[in-house]
Design a binder for this molecule. Structure first.
Ligand code: NAP
Length: 248
């Protein structure tokens, strides 16, 4: 039986690139998205052509009931889960902290932090031998912003990714004897549509001079690191946070 991975926020960007790499590596894939059904459906067609079974689920990871419904759909369709990529994440318009609204902060933490922790909680119930699972691998998406803090632009986003780093370390130790590994990748500046959603569509290309390698990364370059952490190739790696940032 092939292994099944849930990739949240997989309709585009790093999630979609990771899904393609996972399909090529022999995984079956649950593609989660919120709004972009056309892109999610097109990705599922591509994954089928690569030999993967897929399940496409619209669910907001910032909403408890939608997460629970998504996992119950996975139970009905696949009956097992071996990998989770907590990839869905959002930014907001650049702002100083003194100008940030409560609703902005609440959305950022709800989607980026609580959603990742809650998806992991539900994944553990399917993966852990204590719940009749066979183990698994969880990969969380952090950001180099967790280290540099994003002053004057997105300190809230950076703080949400700092929380992801701590969550990764803690959960890895909690699950170390249950055959579930937990790791994170910390992308630097990657050329995806996330920058447009923060009001800076050209940010990736315009930021090249801030990167030691003098270029933004690609979604596929991050996906390769995620796939390695998902796979048995990293069987003795847990609690690690891997920078994929061109040296930044
Ligand atoms: P992206 O291009 O903006 O794609 C975001 C994906 O997440 C989309 O598939 C979107 O679905 C989905 N999504 C957004 N909100 C969601 C929600 N509430 N529930 C479920 N899905 C949701 O982002 P990306 O650049 O690939 O980033 C992926 C991850 O890497 C994020 O966690 C991000 O913080 C992290 N990261 C990115 C960079 C970078 O430079 N790109 C750097 C560091 C870290 P729809 O298409 O349906 O809207």
């Amino acid at each position: 039986m092939k292994k099944v991975v849930l990739i949240t926020g997989a309709s585009r960007g790093i999630g979609a690139a990771t899904a393609v790499l996972c399909a090529k590596a022999g995984w079956d894939i649950v593609v989660n998205y919120t709004q972009n059904k056309g892109a999610a459906d097109a990705l599922c067609d591509q994954l089928h052509q690569l030999g993967a079974k897929t399940l496409c689920i619209q669910a907001d990871v910032g909403d408890e009931s939608q997460i629970l419904k998504m996992f119950s759909q996975i139970d009905s369709h696949f009956g097992a889960l071996h990998g989770l990529v907590n990839n869905a994440g959002v930014v907001d318009m650049t702002s100083k902290v003194e100008d940030m609204s409560w609703s902005r902060l609440e959305r950022m933490m709800r989607i980026n932090v609580i959603g990742s922790i809650y998806c992991a909680k539900e994944a553990i119930k399917r993966m852990s031998p204590l719940h009749a699972g066979v183990g698994g691998s969880i990969v969380n998406l952090s950001s180099v912003a967790a280290k540099i803090g994003g002053p004057g632009q997105y300190v809230d986003y950076a703080a949400s990714k700092g929380a992801i780093d701590s969550f990764t370390i803690g959960l890895s130790k909690e699950l170390a004897t249950q055959n579930i590994r937990v790791n994170a990748v910390r992308p630097g500046i990657i050329d995806t549509e996330i920058h447009a959603s923060g009001g800076q569509p050209n940010r990736a290309k315009d930021s090249s001079s801030m990167v030691p390698m003098q270029r933004p990364g690609t979604a596929e370059e991050v996906g390769k690191a995620i796939l390695w952490l998902l796979s048995e190739e990293s069987s003795y790696t847990t609690g690690s946070v891997l920078d994929v940032s061109g040296g930044r």
